[in-house]
Design a protein around this ligand. Sequence first.
Ligand SMILES: Nc1ncnc2c1ncn2[C@@H]1O[C@H](COP(=O)(O)OP(=O)(O)OP(=O)(O)O)[C@@H](O)[C@H]1O
Ligand SMILES: [Mg+2]
Length: 273
Amino acid sequence: MQPSQPAGASAQPAADKVVVDQVCKHYGSLQVLQDISFTIPARRIACLVGPTGCGKTTLLNIIGGFEQPSEGRVLVDGADVAGPSPASGYVSQQANLFPWLTVWDNVRFAARFGRGLRKNWSSHKELDERAAAFLERVGLARARNQYPYQISGGMKARAALGRVLLTNPSLLLLDEPFAALDALTRSDMHRLLLNMFRDDHERTGLLITHDIEEGLLLSDTIYVMSRWPAKIIHRIDVPFAWPRDYDSLVQAPELAQLKHRILELLRPIMQSE
Ligand SMILES: Nc1ncnc2c1ncn2[C@@H]1O[C@H](COP(=O)(O)OP(=O)(O)OP(=O)(O)O)[C@@H](O)[C@H]1O
Ligand SMILES: [Mg+2]
């Protein structure tokens, strides 16, 4: 199965945005990651799936610069990751909104005060216009003056996504960003993200999920990790062309077939001790 080309991609092979090279991670005597190597080309989304506790978040934290590998290295844009960078936009399972700020101020907060992010806008007026456009895009324009306790879980997830996108990251690190949402709200988020990727092909990302369908809808390549010490044991190239239309893709027989195949691959890994 051949990986698909994102729309607008040239015939040239895409440069590697992220290179993970023989990464190992130990916490004391516990070896969590062993010899993890893969690359994420520019404008592609990679996805990690694997048993709970195997080390997916640890790997994402290493790529984001929050953790150091015990061995091996990670390059982003050709340079060793030395620490967290605003160029990597991180969205976790918890929306982590400031409870004392409105949706509007939460979304603008990182772009306004984040280290190195001031360069993305030249005046408060411009920042406000961009923030308003992002709120509109994530469907929160009418909730801008509400506080986090006044909005639903899905709205919080959309605010967290809008806040990160407003900082204009060149790499999206998504750690189960929709895991806490109900199935319908989650499908709304999938549609929203696919529409965003359709409009902006520059996005490159790494998505962690336990939802195989989410991985197939949103990514180009799925890496399956084993239990400790976690290695990458399968790579699945997702064959769906970009731009992707949520409503037709979600009904495609190929999606159901691939989902079944990956679940079969995962079953023995999940059942092993
Ligand atoms: N800072 C730390 N110190 C010690 N151990 C840690 C630390 N961070 C993670 N671990 C351990 O490393 C292992 C992998 O954790 P990690 O959070 O990366 O797993 P995960 O695959 O993301 O799990 P889940 O699917 O449940 O989110 C766990 O056993 C965890 O307890
Ligand atoms: Mg995790």
